[in-house]
Design a protein around this ligand. Structure first.
Ligand code: CA
Length: 230
């Protein structure tokens, strides 16, 4: 059973991240960087099982591509790739004929699970591979090797710093209290001061933020704790 996935994403680093992980999970991939390319590829490869469509594209938007695909193909599985802030996109995407959506940042495990589910509905499907990676542009966190990359460059972190980043990234967009961070990273039996969290965050920001005095990845939630992302 062929399991071919069209990956429409204009950001090349995200696209290759998706492609690498889909190949690892046993899929055949076909890439497109614009809406037009995606439609051309589908005409050339009518046996594509699932199309992953990014919403923000240089020539059109993913919903329009979705509408056009659906107009001529009722059986292909369609998954929209939406941004965390685009809540409305999900609704619009499903109305234009998409089967599912995945919110960025997503883990490869989450993405392949969704594709597998769609493939099962349309025939085919094999077990997924959990690569233990979390992608949050421009960061790639590998939970197996406990490493962090920014723009493909390894960031040297202590074990504690790594643990903080992992905890915050796994809960991206949610405010985590300093007590929670202390419990998860240092353990419940640790009776040090909460200030140790702030000290480590300050050091982390110097390592990972573009401008540590004006952080955009690790944000302060005043009087409470910290949050990864907006
Ligand atoms: Ca895009």
């Amino acid at each position: 059973m062929s399991r071919r996935v069209l990956v429409l994403e204009d950001e090349t680093n995200i696209r290759s991240f998706i492609v690498i992980n889909l190949k690892r999970a046993g899929y055949e991939t076909i890439e497109a960087g614009t809406g037009q390319e995606a439609l051309d590829q589908l005409r050339r490869n009518p046996d594509i099982n699932v199309a992953l469509l990014d919403v923000m594209l240089p020539d059109t938007d993913g919903f329009e591509v979705c509408r056009r695909i659906r107009a001529s193909n009722k059986t292909i599985g369609i998954i929209m790739l939406t941004a965390l802030t685009q809540e409305m996109d999900k609704v619009t995407g499903l109305m234009t004929g998409a089967d599912d959506y995945v919110t960025k940042p997503f883990s490869p495990a989450e993405l392949t699970a969704r594709i597998d589910a769609l493939c099962r509905r349309t025939g085919g499907g094999e077990p997924t591979v959990d690569t233990g990676e979390i992608y949050y542009s421009p960061f790639l966190l590998n939970t197996r090797n406990r490493t962090l990359e920014k723009n493909g460059q390894r960031v040297k972190l202590t074990q504690v710093e790594y643990s903080i980043v992992q905890f915050l990234m796994e809960n991206a967009g949610k405010a985590m209290s300093r007590e929670e961070i202390l419990d998860v990273v240092w353990g419940k039996e640790y009776f040090g001061e909460l200030k140790i969290v702030d000290v480590n965050i300050r050091r982390l920001r110097i390592k990972i933020e573009d401008d540590p005095t004006n952080p955009t990845y690790i944000n302060t939630v005043w009087g409470y704790g910290y949050k990864w992302g907006a």
